[in-house]
Design a protein around this ligand. Structure first.
Ligand SMILES: [Zn+2]
Length: 355
């Protein structure tokens, strides 16, 4: 099976009411863990790479790793997605590498920190849609701005700042003007392990404030405007399970107490149109905990395979759980995969119809 346009995975998920996880990759062990989980649960899967991952892997290594994943798993629909592309140029690079989907996040300026104007977001996203659709490639755009208090996209925006949430009225105008295939929402989730800055008097973290009602408003507004079942995307959706953080800290780590997005909130979103759920942090914590534990318990070990093997196993366990909880499991063979050429033809027909 070749890499599949991401839009097909999302549309098939909409038909049966489940969500598809998008899992970040940087190296071989992560791709192997994700594919093992997908194979064993028979789940379609989105593997995604951030700009940081492309830099870390020097582009070519990641391209070859994703080709290996597809070759090894011919029965699993796989979409390869660029996470948080910040410009048309970055998206072009990813498409040239063979990605079947790109995110253009023009909610922030190219520096990943400054809030962009609505006009800039529309114009930049539309230019990526034009370029990508001419090649059958899916486009995710973002309206409203996601926060994060660590490194990465949105770093510096306060996690609990609610002033940049996605406006349900504006969402329709944005989808109409940009022609994007799916929309990343800002509903109070944020990137990283520290999604809440609020603590009770005993120092325990309070749950992040989420505006879950907006998911339904946005999906309803889009349906009324002629976009039924429009795929929505949740970022910053790791659950930050305390048991994983505990392993890290038990073996010498120093992670702060935190709270992520409860699985029932994600399932609430899936029931209302969320089709892609980004998960990175939970896997990072699981891998780090496994490495720390191995090296702590067996300090005489020095073969990287000794600690990479349990790290890969820990990530596999996390992702397998997500595939079951998001409802993705069991859907790998529901449909015949489309190619980018098939999708390109469909976009051409739509454009001709709109004229
Ligand atoms: Zn994100």
């Amino acid at each position: 099976m070749p890499l599949v346009p991401m839009l097909q995975l999302l549309e098939e998920a909409a038909k049966k009411g489940y969500g598809v996880g998008a899992y970040n990759v940087n190296n071989m062990e992560q791709i192997q863990a994700i594919m093992q989980a997908a194979r064993e649960t028979q789940s379609p899967v989105i593997i995604q790479a951030s700009r940081g991952a492309l830099k870390y892997s020097n582009l070519i290594y990641l391209k070859k790793l994703m080709e290996a994943a597809v070759e090894e798993n011919p029965d699993i629909p796989v979409a390869m997605h660029l996470d948080h592309g910040n410009s048309l140029e970055t998206c072009k690079t990813a498409i040239a590498l063979g990605f079947t989907s790109v995110m253009i996040d023009a909610s922030l300026m190219g520096d990943g920190k400054t809030i962009a104007s609505y006009e800039y977001n529309v114009e930049t996203s539309r230019s990526v849609v034009e370029y990508a659709h001419a090649r059958g490639v899916t486009v995710e755009a973002e309206l409203g701005a996601l926060g994060g208090i660590e490194d990465g996209h949105g770093a510096g925006l306060a996690a609990d700042d609610t002033t940049h949430l996605t406006d349900p009225e504006q969402a329709v105008d944005f989808v109409q003007k940009t022609g994007c295939d799916c929309l990343a929402l800002a509903i109070g989730t944020s990137h990283g392990a520290y999604k809440t800055l609020r603590y009770d008097k005993d120092g325990n973290p309070l749950p992040p404030r989420l505006a879950l009602d907006r998911i339904e408003q946005i999906e309803n507004n889009l349906e009324k405007a002629g976009y039924p079942n429009f795929p929505l995307v949740m970022h910053g959706s790791s659950s930050v399970p305390p048991e994983l953080v505990e392993v890290v800290n038990k073996y010498g780590g120093q992670m702060k107490k935190s709270m992520g997005i409860p699985m029932q909130d994600i399932q609430f979103g899936i029931a209302r149109g969320v089709r892609k759920i980004n998960v990175d942090t939970d896997g990072r914590i699981a891998m780090t905990g496994a490495v720390r534990k191995l090296l702590w318990e067996k300090p005489e070990k020095f073969d990287p395979r000794d600690w990479l093997t349990p790290a890969r196993e820990a990530l596999y366990q996390v992702i397998k759980g997500k595939m079951i909880d998001f409802g993705t499991a069991g859907h790998a063979k529901d449909y015949a995969p489309m190619t980018l050429a098939d999708m390109k033809k469909r976009y051409e027909k739509q454009t001709a119809g709109a004229r």
